[in-house]
Design a protein around this ligand. Structure first.
Ligand code: DMJ
Length: 671
């Protein structure tokens, strides 16, 4: 390359050979002429020469400075930055061939090369901080250029980030895309979080130059939930569109009722998460494809909490009457279930034929199922002004209220549709087959404006029954859990399903129920958290067994048959309530850990999440190839609400969530 230093050597020819040899004669005649001048003339000439001399010196030093600067720049411009990761030399072909004496600079680059060097995505290497000091300039103070404010600009509370004057526009862009890239790059694995005390350095060109540690802003957890939802939806859309459930591993679908269960269960979640496009395409399907006039058997409880509940809440959130019409349709078609000798409903209904029946092997129904459809049918009556729905479900509540066979307010798991009596009376649990009975006592009381005192009495009595009969503490850590009673003996096991209880207890305490309900909620929440934290995958098993013996080291044990995780919501549901009422950020952190574990062990790359068979083996969690509809309907919704700072988003003083996480309004006092 042509060296700019060679410009320093300027040759000046003052005369020809001849005049040089006659030098002595010339010097004599000059002196004679000088002597002939007047004093004034001589002074003027001397002054002029002195002035020219000073000007010459000044302009030389300034030119030399410029040449030095150009020389530095020409060396640096041999490097451009790529990909924010480092530097590479410009390929030789890109270095412009310049005529001798011309200093290379962007303005001199041939037009065909210019775009390559000026691409905005390739910022020039920032100078190291030591070179940032504003250079001292000559001239009056008012005209001196001060160091640019942006050189040390502070961005809303962040550590000051050093910024080059000429990259001002690009700087903000880089930081934003860096944050975005964090989320993108970490998809499917662990998202870093300050909740875990991690500190990062800026991994871009700025970082390379400045190496200044910057405390990470917390990852946008709300956005991480949206991302998880989109990923799940991507799988459902690609492989199971319009069907009940996604089988993400085999990239196909599973059918239960044939009613697009996942899509309907997820409608209000999309609305709450603000996923407008996804919501619009789902609405379109509901409008054009969803039909309840099918010759198909559906489970009364499951279709009530997922489909009727989902449609009603989506109607309330969106105001779109399509969903109310669909809710009326399915609600009406489910009514044959109540045509039994006892008016305790059958478990199954053929919604096309209008017939209902119990399961083939028994005439019993499950207690939780017949007592956890009330919120939805009551709301349907309020909206339609047709009392038949409310009458049917409140008849069930009345009967169960006065039934014999409870133990301190605790209910058995089965009820006979002919006799209307409890059967198999020896077992009591807050888990499967009884769980949401307790939940709906409190929530109906709230839904109706706290007027239906029998509901409250049953609820309060049941919690006393839990305390008296089912509560125990583990050894060695004294974790409180709710065991099961079987023919008078306590079995120290607890379903993950029971983890709805801390949230429900906290909701009651928030509404004026005894303060010790909140104490119990705090303790049970800790236990449910431990059911995740102590597993190798960070995910809870379906059932945990607790140790009561002193000599054992572990509090929690898991039987091989109970090691599965179905992406259930109950723990994150309770975390949401606990955070809303206590504002203790540990609940958010626990929820965040759970989301990360789901991402790590259940996320399927082609789309969707899968239930797994073994929460104790992170190397082979044994994917089960099924994404339950409640993962979108409940789990991700509660996680989103847990992380959202907007307390008014579905205020717990205005809404009750049904047992499938579909929010329904608390009735205005007039109703
Ligand atoms: C959901 O369908 C409901 O939350 C129900 O109350 C219990 N089972 C699943 C989630 O685990």
């Amino acid at each position: 390359m042509y060296s700019p230093q060679r410009k320093d050597f300027v040759s000046l020819t003052l005369g020809d050979q001849h005049s040089y040899t006659n030098g002595k004669h010339r010097r004599q005649s000059c002196w004679r002429k000088w002597k002939q001048l007047s004093r004034l003339q001589r002074s003027l000439i001397l002054f002029l020469l002195a002035f020219l001399f000073i000007c010459g010196i000044l302009s030389y030093s300034s030119l030399a400075e410029q040449w030095r600067g150009l020389s530095d720049r020409s060396l640096k411009e041999d490097w451009v930055e790529i990909d924010n990761r480092g530097l590479r030399p410009i390929p030789p072909g890109l270095i412009p061939k310049l005529p001798p004496g011309v200093v290379p600079g962007v303005q001199d680059v041939p037009p065909e090369v210019l775009p390559e060097l000026q691409r905005p995505s390739i910022p020039i290497l920032p100078k190291p901080p030591a070179m940032r000091k504003p250079p001292s300039k000559r001239g009056p103070p008012a005209l001196q250029k001060r160091g640019n404010v942006s050189d040390w600009q502070e961005k809303d509370g962040e550590e000051p980030v050093i910024k080059r004057e000429d990259e001002e526009g690009k700087e903000a862009k880089t930081v934003i895309s860096w944050r975005g890239a964090m989320i993108e790059a970490e998809q499917g694995t662990e998202l870093q979080s300050t909740a875990h005390g991690k500190v990062g350095t800026v991994a871009n060109a700025e970082g390379a130059a400045n190496l200044k540690p910057v405390t990470e802003k917390p990852v946008d957890r709300v956005e991480a939930v949206r991302e998880a939802f989109r990923h799940a939806w991507k799988g459902y859309k690609a492989f199971a569109w319009g069907h009940d459930e996604l089988k993400p591993i085999s990239k196909t679908h599973g059918e239960w009722f044939g009613l697009g269960l996942t899509l309907i269960d997820a409608l209000d979640t999309m609305w709450i998460l603000g996923l407008k496009e996804e919501f619009a395409e789902a609405r379109k399907w509901a409008e054009t494809e969803l039909s309840f006039s099918k010759n198909v058997d559906v489970n009364l409880f499951e279709s009530t909490i997922r489909i009727l509940g989902g449609l009603l809440s989506t109607y309330h959130l969106s105001g779109d009457t399509l969903f109310l019409d669909k809710a009326k349709d399915i609600g009406f078609r489910l009514m044959p279930a109540f045509k039994t000798p006892s008016k305790i409903p059958y478990s199954d209904v053929n919604i096309g034929k209008g017939t209902a029946h119990p399961p083939r092997w028994t005439t019993d129904s499950t207690v939780a199922e017949v007592t956890s459809i009330q919120l939805e049918f009551r709301e349907l009556s309020r909206l339609t002004q047709d009392p038949q729905y409310q009458n049917a479900v409140e008849e069930v509540t009345r009967q169960v209220h006065r039934l014999e066979g409870k133990r301190d307010g605790l209910v058995p798991m089965f009820i006979n549709t002919n006799s209307g009596k409890f059967t198999r009376r020896g077992a009591f649990t807050l888990g499967a087959r009884a769980d949401s009975y307790y939940e709906y006592l409190l929530k109906q009381w709230l839904q109706g404006g706290k007027k239906e005192t029998e509901l409250l009495e049953d609820y309060l009595q049941a919690i006393e029954g839990v305390k008296k009969n089912l509560l125990r503490q583990t050894s060695p850590s004294k974790l409180t859990f709710v065991g099961e009673l079987s023919n008078g003996r306590l079995n120290p096991k607890m379903d993950h399903l029971v983890c709805f209880l801390p949230g429900t207890l906290a909701l009651g305490a928030h509404n004026g129920l005894p303060a010790d309900h909140m104490d119990l909620a705090l303790q049970l929440m800790e236990t449910c958290h431990q059911m995740y934290a102590q597993m190798e995958t960070g995910l809870s098993p379906e059932i945990a067994h607790f140790n009561l013996q002193n000599h054992n080291e572990r509090d929690i044990d898991v039987k091989p048959a109970d090691r599965h995780n179905l992406l259930r919501p109950e723990t994150v549901e309770s975390l949401f309530y606990m955070y809303r009422f206590t504002k203790d950020s540990k609940y958010r952190d626990w929820g965040w850990d759970i989301l990360q574990s789901f991402n790590k062990h259940t996320r399927v790359p082609s789309g969707g999440y899968t239930s797994i068979g073994n929460v104790r083996d992170p190397l082979n969690p044994a994917p089960r190839d099924k994404m339950e509809s409640f993962f979108l309907g409940e789990t991700l919704k509660y996680l989103f609400l847990l992380f959202s700072d907007d307390n008014e988003l579905l205020s717990l003083d205005k809404y009750v969530f049904n047992t499938e996480a579909h929010p329904l309004p608390i009735w205005p006092t007039a109703s």
